[in-house]
Design a protein around this ligand. Sequence first.
Ligand SMILES: Cc1ncc(COP(=O)(O)O)c(C=O)c1O
Length: 384
Amino acid sequence: MKKDFFKDPKIKFPAYEPWISNEDKKIVDKTLNQSMLTLGPQLEKFENNFSKYSNSKYAIAVSNCTAALHLSLMALGIKKNDEVIIPDLTFVADANAILACNAKPIITDINKENFFLSIQNIKKNITKKTKAIIPVHIYGQVCNIEEIMDVAKDNNLKVIEDCAHAVGTFHNSKHVGNLGSTGCFSFYPTKNITTAEGGMVITNSEKIAKKVRQLRSHGMTKSLQNRYSNEYPWVFDILEPGYNYRLDEIRSALGITQLKRIKKINELRKKASLYYFKNLQNIPGIILPDMVNDLTHSYHLYTIRVTKPYKLSRNQLFKKLKDNGIRTTVYWMPIHKYTAYQKFAKKSNVVNTSKIYEEILALPLFPNISKTHQDNVINVIKSL
Ligand SMILES: Cc1ncc(COP(=O)(O)O)c(C=O)c1O
């Protein structure tokens, strides 16, 4: 086991450890010898492999999932003063991507049982300005995407699926991200596959794919290959200014070997999740996520709820685990609690999230977590 990254000598059991194999190291090393370190063959291969794996027509790799969300919104024409519905329980990236388009995030409540966007609350929040919804496949489970697609269709809204947790999450044999206009993935170090930082947009629309690809590299109308294969490499046009959201060759290479292991990675995550499920049964007040019969899950996070009959509050349990050398954390503080986003929330839209937030705690989970690691977590939770 690696030493605690934050140098706390008391920590024996981290919340997460990346899995970097020898094959990962070899491909990175080999790629470092290329004559061009961006927009090259590794990127092309990673995109092709991801598109095949997710069964989507197009996959465009970007620098992170926030960039994927931002470019998806731009490609769908989201602009100043448009409103976009997001769950209150999600990462700030969703709100930030919307604000980057000068549009307005509409913070919407979740269902208590499954943490998905509340359809009732979505309907309450739709106005003439609403243009899109960003549902999140939270913790790796398929969200209520069909109901969301129905509401979106009835109200002429676009859907961008936040698949940051969902590499390997399937809905009726279809990889998530294929139901909405785009699906946005994250390869941040804790995610199911990692490129250190990285992201991907998938889509089945040629028009969206073309626009995302252009906006990823400043809005250039010609690819690097195209520019250097023709007479004057510096001659290209910009139709709409874009960004530098490229995923370089080194990270793309890492994505190739990581994606090759996705089946194994998710199997190991599932095994560890089931171990928690089996060993944390019947503890009054501890509510477990039901993953046992879920064949569609990517098992990204194992988030329990710490509720009243349990002798400690969530915060007290967090501290107790930490005192025993175990790191845990909470995904996330609700969006409405941040100073920057308070103005986008109404009290009636954050009732369930406010309650759930006090209860949730994500236990350590990663592919190579040991039984000893999990037993220590289980024993502390059971010891009360
Ligand atoms: C649900 C969700 N959406 C978006 C993101 C943003 O991902 P990235 O860090 O790759 O920009 C994250 C990152 O943790 C996330 O958890």
